[in-house]
Design a protein around this ligand. Structure first.
Ligand code: SAM
Length: 222
């Protein structure tokens, strides 16, 4: 499929070239209303894949609406839509970008939307310890380091219930970068400190474009 030149440019600006956090937020603000269409056309399947993995890891849950999920960063709500399809209607979404969240809000797939920047050293006020059964992160870590800092994973452990899940999905290519190395080191550190266990590391083809995705399924220590 032929893609408009600016479609690829928008993605490269937020994910690859060194625009900095403020630069990437400016791109998301102008891209928000077209983000989902462009990402779908570029073959982005990460949201569907992470929700399927959560569903499998929860193992035959009888009432999906009782599972409290946090989608972070929620962006325009691609993960929220996938959650809703499987009956996971008790989901919140968190993102730093108000324009992306406005698109998410219109889809009505979240109970609550939280506009907050993660990784500032302080947990956003709307989040409390042991709130969520599952926290999902996809499209959260970019090779240019303009997205979530890995240190926020420790905050996410805090807000997940003991025994709950944290699932992180990223392009396998990203794992080869400095950001990817920091992500793996952070998860290993959390595991060594007995805050979580990595119960599965699995790959999926067709994560984005022709890239494979790698997903870490982690269980927060009881
Ligand atoms: C590629 S989008 C991914 C959105 C969604 N998970 C998806 O898969 O479509 C990245 C999102 O990360 C958000 N973001 C970047 N840094 C953030 C931070 N420190 N805290 C919260 N959100 C952040 C951006 O605003 C943007 O909406």
């Amino acid at each position: 499929m032929m893609l408009a030149e600016d479609t690829n440019n928008q993605f490269d600006k937020v994910a690859s070239v060194p625009v900095g956090y403020a630069g990437s937020q400016a791109v998301y603000s102008t891209w928000a209303t077209k983000y989902e269409e462009d990402m779908t056309n570029m073959g982005y399947n990460g949201p569907r894949q992470i929700v399927a993995l959560m569903h499998a890891a929860l193992g035959g849950v009888t009432d999906p609406s009782s599972v409290r999920v946090l989608d972070v960063p929620a962006g325009t709500g691609m993960v929220g839509s996938e959650l809703q399809k499987l009956g996971y209607t008790n989901a919140d979404g968190l993102d730093a970008n108000p324009d992306m969240l406005k698109v998410a809000e219109n889809k009505q797939v979240y109970q609550r939307l939280i506009e907050a920047k993660l990784g500032t050293g302080q947990l956003p006020v709307d989040l409390e310890p042991n709130m969520y059964d599952a926290v999902l992160l996809v499209g959260a870590f970019s090779q240019n380091g303009t997205h979530l800092p890995c240190k926020c994973l420790e905050d996410l452990v805090q807000i997940t219930k003991p025994g709950g899940l944290i699932i992180v999905g990223t392009g396998s290519e990203t794992l080869q970068s400095d950001v990817g190395a920091a992500l793996v080191a952070t998860l290993q550190d959390l595991q060594e400190r007995a805050l979580l266990s990595i119960i599965d590391k699995t790959t999926r083809s067709g994560y984005f474009r022709d890239w494979e995705g790698t997903f870490f399924v982690c269980r927060v220590t009881s």
